[in-house]
Structures are given as C-alpha cells and as structure tokens.
Design a protein around this ligand. Sequence first.
Ligand code: PEP
Ligand code: MN
Length: 338
Amino acid sequence: MMVVMKKDYSPQELQAVLDHLEEGGLSGHKIIGVERTVIGVVGQIYPELSDELRAFPGVDGTVPISKPYKLASRELKPDDTVVKVGNVEIGNGSTVVIAGQCSVDTPEQMMATAQAVKAAGGHLLRGGAFKPRSSPHAFRGLVDEGLRILAEAGAAYNLPTVSEVMDPRDVEIVAEHVDLLQIGTRNAQNYYLLDEVGNCNKPVLLKRGMACSVEEWLLCAEYVLARGNQQVILCERGIRTFETATRNTLDLSAVPVVQLASHLPVIVDPSHATGRPDLVLPLSLAGIAAGANGVLVEMHPNPEHALSDGQQSLSPAAFAEYAARVRDLVHWTGKTVS
Ligand code: PEP
Ligand code: MN
C-alpha cells in the first residue's frame, strides 16, 4: 500500500504515520518524489489500515499497489532511481561502461586492466575475488587478497570498483573494499544474502537469476529495498533457454519491461549472456538501443591466460575499439556517456 501525503504535510505529520506503521508491525519507506511525498507500506497489511491512515492529518489518501514487488515498482516511485557508485551515477540518462576481469589474478594484470578501462573511457572496474564456479575443481578466486588487489587498481586509476559477494558472512569484508556489491546469477534468490546486502550501505548490482522471471527478479530486488538499501542496479545477463549457440540467451525485452515496471536502473551483461567476444559489441549496442543504462563487459590483458572466462573476454585493444563504438551509438541515442 502507498500512503500519499498532502502537499503541505509537516515533518511531524509524516513521522506520526511512520510511528503508527511501526506500532502495527509494518515498515514505512519514505519516498520524496518530484510531485508528491509518499510512504510505501510493506508487511502484513490488515484490513482496517487504510481507514486508520486516512484519519491522520497530513495524509491525502492511500492507494493499493497491485504488483507483488512494492518498493521496486513504478507505481510507488514514478521517478527513475539514480544510483551513485563512487563518483559515477547510474540511471541518470547517461550510459555507464563497467569493465574488467572475470576474476582478479595478479596485481600487475589488474593494474593493466584498470589502465585499459580508464584509457578507453570506462567508468567502473570489475574483478571477481569470490568466484561462483560451476565446477568445484575450477579456480574459485583469490578472496581477501583479490579484494585488495582490485581496490588498489581502482584507486590507482580513480575507477570505482565492483566485485561479487556470495556469502552473507563476506558482505562486510567485500563492502569494506569495493564500491558496488555484485550478486551473481547463481545467488539471485539467496534470500539471506539479499537481506544482508540490504542491511549494508553500499550499492548493489543484482544480476538476474538465470531461471528467474522478471517478476521473480524484481522480488529479489525487493528483498534489498525492504531492508532500507535503495541503491540497487539490475543486470540482465542472459537466461537459460533451449538455444545452445550462445552461453545463455540475452533477454533484451526484459530491459524495457523492467524499466516500465520499476524505477531501478537496468544494465546488460553481454559477456555472460553470450560467452563469445564477437557477440559482445552487437548485443551491447542492442541493449543500449533498448534503453539499458549501461553495460558490463569482461576484458583481460591476456584473455588466453585468464583464470576464468577468458573465452569471452575482450583484449585491451578490442575493448578500446568496443568502447569507441558504444560511444558512437550513445551519441545517436541522444544520451551521454557520462
Ligand atoms: C561474473 O560476473 O563473473 C559472473 C559469474 O556472472 P554471472 O553471475 O552473471 O554468471
Ligand atoms: Mn565471468
């Protein structure tokens, strides 16, 4: 349910509503929009609540939210959410390029990657330290050491960083070292993990579960929002289908579908969607043309020696060419590259 405040409500009147909700075991999420201030109410809503709230001075009315995801919905918040990662804004109409290694390996390679991302005009540096691998025998990441290497490379080139967290127990250490916490496709519905990143004060990049419907994906975001963390970026990274020509199937229709349904920014990851470097550019262009707020791409100084996902990673030279082509398209869409 959404409580719409009167235009001239006072802070005390707003607080009285929030207190009443808390007494009823509910939580109220204040959203100050361009037009109106509203309160999103979540929890076990009881039948008399609407009448009770409408009796409060300062309250204009209540409106039910039809979607199962309440806080993530545009019904509650018509204005786009802009997520700030370090000094980079995502969702403000510009197109953000996130690039870097699948997994962090040596400090030298990570520095070379950061240098290449910066030189090509990329905005955020990625590097996995905790790696979810399909096989337990594969390289599973440098963990804490990987976080330090990534943080140093990001700092050296003034690039905010993003890295995956897989376990609620690691949220604190990952949040200490990086600017954006990634939830991978395999953990998209790990609800305890979503609770935990919802409790922290760092933005979250929430990949779509490879078997999640759009509604289920938005409900995953709802877990984070419900804990009070409003800084969520969604990432379409391909879903499982019968098609085997690509690693996954990039669901491009999800981009505008999500943007109509939700105020959260959406980016696309053509690297994991396709598993092929030659498809990274065309699907990035398609994603941006469909309205995505950015792209996430894997690149490595020596793709053939990468410890994971080298087969889909761009070389620095290919990435520079890629970034230039992305900029060309962005120019034609009338957006900016930041
Ligand atoms: C990754 O970003 O390296 C990764 C493992 O992605 P996904 O969770 O989309 O497979
Ligand atoms: Mn990868």
